[in-house]
Ligand binder design. Structure first.
Ligand SMILES: NC(=O)c1ccc[n+]([C@@H]2O[C@H](COP(=O)([O-])OP(=O)(O)OC[C@H]3O[C@@H](n4cnc5c(N)ncnc54)[C@H](OP(=O)(O)O)[C@@H]3O)[C@@H](O)[C@H]2O)c1
Length: 205
């Protein structure tokens, strides 16, 4: 069994997944900041996924991996005209371009497959989420198309609102009636993929 690489592991969803999977798998953790909790079977990379040197470094540093889990992401949520060009660029870079480049560079080393953490906002229109939606629709389109090109397993998990600090940048209050997803449901669905009990490309939770 080869290791798993999870991006965005310093907190919340990525951290939860990395901690859980580190019990059974060797897990490469990746974030800009260190996670406070460490387990036995882990190796942490402290890198900005958008740093071009990172791609070179990760390719040189890791052996083959079973799974790549694309979780790192950011969100600026506000009216289209209010968010700066820098914020939009940063969001597209982090949520779309970098995951695609990482998949490309690591693809020869990925033995089993790639799992993306998409979003409800990658399928439906969420008010004030224009560029976030663009990044998640883009990730979905990429993985859906890649799936048809490779025998490797390609999956996308689309949570709704998950209780994390992710919305700290949101200038808009998230309506309380938007459906929520429990982090355990993300873990359970990925676990089913790893154990080959789940074969659907896209899992809306
Ligand atoms: N929370 C929700 O309601 C929700 C719903 C649907 C989908 N999602 C998706 O789930 C994923 C995780 O969300 P979350 O709520 O756990 O977010 P979060 O609490 O903000 O955590 C994001 C993670 O990504 C890492 N990250 C961000 N920019 C990075 C960069 N440039 N380089 C390396 N790592 C970076 C962060 O670590 P550092 O800051 O330490 O680098 C952090 O560990 C995202 O892709 C998000 O789109 C979230």
């Amino acid at each position: 069994m080869w290791p798993i690489l999870i991006t965005g592991t310093s907190r919340w969803i990525g951290h939860f997944l990395a901690q859980k999977y580190s019990k059974d798998y060797t897990v490469f953790w990746l974030s800009r900041t260190s996670s406070t909790i460490h387990t036995e079977k882990f190796h942490e990379f402290l890198w900005d996924i958008n740093n071009t040197q990172f791609l070179e470094h990760i390719f040189q540093s890791i052996p083959e991996i079973d799974w790549l889990i694309l979780n790192a992401g950011i969100w600026y949520f506000d009216m289209f005209e209010k968010i700066s060009l820098e914020q939009y660029s940063h969001m597209i870079h982090t949520n779309l371009l970098s995951p695609l480049l990482l998949t490309k560079i690591l693809f020869p080393k990925i033995k089993k497959g790639v799992i993306g953490i998409g979003s409800y906002a990658g399928k439906k229109s969420l008010k004030y989420g224009t560029w976030y939606a663009a990044s998640k629709f883009g990730l979905r389109g990429f993985l859906l198309t890649l799936k048809n090109e490779t025998p490797k397993k390609i999956h996308l998990i689309n949570p709704k609102i998950v209780h994390t600090d992710f919305h700290a940048h949101a200038k808009i209050e998230i309506p309380p009636d938007i459906p929520k997803t429990d982090m355990h449901a993300i873990f359970d669905n990925i676990q089913n993929i790893l154990q080959r009990k789940e074969h659907r490309f896209e899992i809306d939770i």
